[in-house]
Design a protein around this ligand. Structure first.
Ligand code: GTP
Ligand code: IMP
Ligand code: MG
Length: 359
């Protein structure tokens, strides 16, 4: 049984939180990491401690799960080894021996390149230059790095054998659909496709092996870095949104000042995990959400951060306890996308969640 979790907007949808919940609740035998590489930043809580992860699967919170990093994922060796130490996952984590390696020069190029840094607004983690070199076929692979030797495995062999034995696989991707090199807002995109199909490719399983694709959306849309955000909330259009006007009033009462979008970003705590850059805030973009559910082949959707829009639903875990206006908000998203919301997140801790999946 394979479940893929991907982001439906521009990343930072709170996939880390959802994955950590699924890892604890479903007890997967394997949690495998797909996606571009250490440009991702996932925030995960384990026993009250906060972890900002860029290489290690968020599912590490389940101490019984085997952790794998797929061949499609770029590896920054220093960061990987550091995160293994912080998360104490030595002995149960491995990467595919064909993972491509990010070197210092890739990171330097990422921040020195005017187009990448200024126009695209990359994370500076070296992913773009490394993927370009990978396509040139001159990049180093993990099996050439002595410090990584003890972590090498054949990920497709491990995962496909586990599937044959009826085991549970949780496949976590990174970034979001609209950052896809193929389908996103080019050229303001990352250096690879970010859809569920690519996640399967990243770890070496065929499309016929995937059972469920859960696309995660935040209850509003955010974007870090350059590129269009058509539902951006501004001084001019906020009058159209009573909900956002209420949030703005709340924020102002609490002493936040400045431009509307800056106030909202500060109030909602929207700052990049990797770069600490402020994220832009938009209302929920239904059109983008519908399209990404289509290309990802969503079977279920998850909605996060509802408590940030509706403080009265903070930490609610039972659907019946959700206030009517929150249920209406969820229903509207489900209707517009045409897929049922099965995971509804009401706080940052893994257990702050309404789980409506069929048991
Ligand atoms: P990706 O970048 O898409 O992988 O998602 P992410 O998990 O990295 O999200 P990120 O860490 O960038 O930002 C999400 C933040 O919101 C984290 O601090 C999470 O702990 C937090 N979070 C996730 N879900 C919820 C929620 O439902 N309510 C609240 N209040 N916080 C949440
Ligand atoms: P790169 O992936 O570092 O090359 O950055 C390309 C674009 O994708 C920039 O706009 C980044 O801000 C964005 N990006 C890359 N990874 C993430 C992520 O994990 N969350 C949000 N934005 C991201
Ligand atoms: Mg993130």
């Amino acid at each position: 049984m394979v479940t893929i979790v991907v982001g439906g907007h521009f990343g930072d949808e709170g996939k880390g939180k959802i994955i950590s919940y699924l890892a604890v609740r479903d007890n997967p035998d394997i949690v495998a990491r797909a996606g571009v590489g250490p440009n991702a930043g996932h925030t995960v809580f384990k026993e009250g401690r906060e972890y900002g992860l860029r290489m290690i699967p968020c599912g590490f919170v389940n101490e019984d799960s085997r952790l794998l990093v797929g061949a499609g994922v770029l590896v920054d060796p220093e960061r990987f080894l550091n995160e293994v130490k912080i998360t104490e996952t030595e002995g149960r984590i491995a990467m595919d021996r064909r993972c491509a390696i990010i070197e210092e020069r890739h990171k330097k190029e990422d921040v020195a390149d005017e187009f990448l840094k200024k126009r695209v607004g990359t994370t500076g983690s070296g992913c773009g230059p490394a993927n370009a070199e990978r396509a040139h076929r001159t990049i180093k692979l993990a099996n050439e790095i002595p410090q990584l030797r003890e972590y090498l495995t054949d990920v497709p062999l491990e995962v496909n054998s586990a599937i044959d034995e009826g085991k549970q696989i949780l496949l976590e991707s990174s970034q979001g659909f609209w950052l896809s090199l193929f389908y996103g807002t080019y050229p303001y995109v990352t250096s690879k496709d970010t859809s569920a199909g690519m996640a399967a490719v990243d770890i070496g399983i065929g499309p016929t092996r995937v059972d469920d694709v859960i696309v995660i959306y935040k209850s509003y849309t955010t974007r870090v870095g350059e590129g269009p955000l058509s539902t951006l909330i501004t001084e001019e259009n906020i009058k159209k949104y009573p909900l956002w006007q209420d949030i703005l009033s709340d924020a102002k009462e609490k002493g936040f000042t400045g431009k509307v979008n800056d106030i909202l970003a500060h109030y909602l705590g929207e700052k990049g995990t990797v770069t600490q850059r402020q994220r832009r805030i938009g209302s929920f973009d239904f059109e983008l959400a519908r399209y990404s559910a289509m290309v990802n082949g969503a079977t279920q959707i998850g909605i996060t951060c509802l408590d940030k829009l509706f403080s009265e639903c903070y930490q609610i875990r039972d659907y019946d306890d959700l206030p009517k206006r929150v249920k209406d908000y969820i229903r509207k998203i489900e209707k517009e996308i045409g897929i049922k919301a099965t995971l509804i997140s009401t706080g940052p801790e893994p257990e702050d969640l309404v789980d409506l999946r069929q048991k």
